[in-house]
Design a protein around this ligand. Structure first.
Ligand SMILES: [Zn+2]
Length: 286
């Protein structure tokens, strides 16, 4: 699933490409992925701004509404300019399946702009969604999200207090709760815990102050590093510049179960925590 850095990469890309554009007709191939009167409510609306809350994309529209997009497990947004050149991002989908750059069997929604450019929503599993909602409804949804880990409000003190709210939870599970901290998923939970040398199975309440400090720093630095490298992607994932997200080369534990630890060379262990695949080093992480 695209996480905070991948979604931020998409947002940066969209902000550069679609701000000021006006929506025209919409093609909806999978009706359950949009809300009621979607096409009607989007038509003739001008894009004012593009931002993010957690893993959700918010496209502000003139006139008091917004287009919300959630990429969920396998969503991708691809922008096609008026020369037919495509760029985009989200979930990395293997090139063997289809050409990421143009409409294909995984294209669920096509948003046409009046200037003959397009935004394609590809999604293999169809869990992603797009909704046009009035600003008041958007505010209600946004209010349910936890703190943004890259905001200045996410201090060590705040993080420490937050841990106290779910003391019995395993720290890996804690990091994934969007109502507490918004935007962290499996990739950055595992990478942050490895960087902080903390075992993902530990209960939140067992973390010592020095460990909480290390974890807080690790979460912030891993997310920032991933945004700098355009997120984590493999295969044909393309981002704003048409390049692949390069953070994949910097992953230490995610998807590396059974391979050797890059610090101590022990075999990395793979387990499930709260149903989520988790990889860690039993020697480096205490
Ligand atoms: Zn190790």
């Amino acid at each position: 699933m695209p996480e905070l850095p991948e979604v931020q990469t998409v947002v940066n890309h969209l902000a550069r490409n679609i701000r000021g554009k006006v929506f025209g007709n919409v093609v909806i191939n999978v009706p359950k992925m949009v809300n009621k009167d979607f096409a009607e409510n989007l038509k003739n609306k001008k894009v004012q701004n593009v931002s993010r809350r957690g893993k959700m994309i918010i496209i502000d529209l003139a006139g008091g509404s917004a287009l919300l997009v959630h990429l969920k497990m396998t969503g991708q947004l691809v922008f096609i300019d008026n020369k037919g050149k495509a760029s985009g991002g989200g979930h990395p989908i293997n090139s063997i399946n289809f050409d990421v750059h143009s409409p294909n069997r995984f294209t669920r929604i096509i948003l046409n702009f009046k200037d003959k450019t397009h935004l394609l929503f590809h999604d293999i599993r169809k869990f992603g969604w797009m909704r046009v909602l009035p600003d008041e409804a958007v505010e209600k949804i946004v209010a349910k999200y936890g703190i943004e880990p890259l905001s200045k409000e996410f201090t060590l003190k705040f993080f420490t207090a937050l841990l106290g709210r779910r003391p019995n939870l395993k720290i890996k599970q804690f990091l994934l709760i969007q109502e507490l901290i918004a935007g962290i998923g499996n990739i950055y939970a595992d990478e942050s815990l490895f960087a902080a040398k903390i075992k993902p199975l530990r209960q939140a309440k067992t973390l010592k102050p020095a460990e909480i400090k290390k974890l807080h720093q690790a979460v912030v630095s891993k997310l920032k590093e991933a945004i700098k490298y355009g997120g984590t992607s493999v295969n044909t994932f393309v981002q704003a510049t048409g390049e692949r997200g390069r953070f994949v080369e910097r992953l230490k534990v995610y998807k590396r179960g059974g391979q050797s630890c890059l610090s101590c060379h022990a075999a990395l262990l793979k387990t499930k925590i709260g149903g989520r695949g988790t990889v860690y080093c039993a020697r480096c992480q205490k």
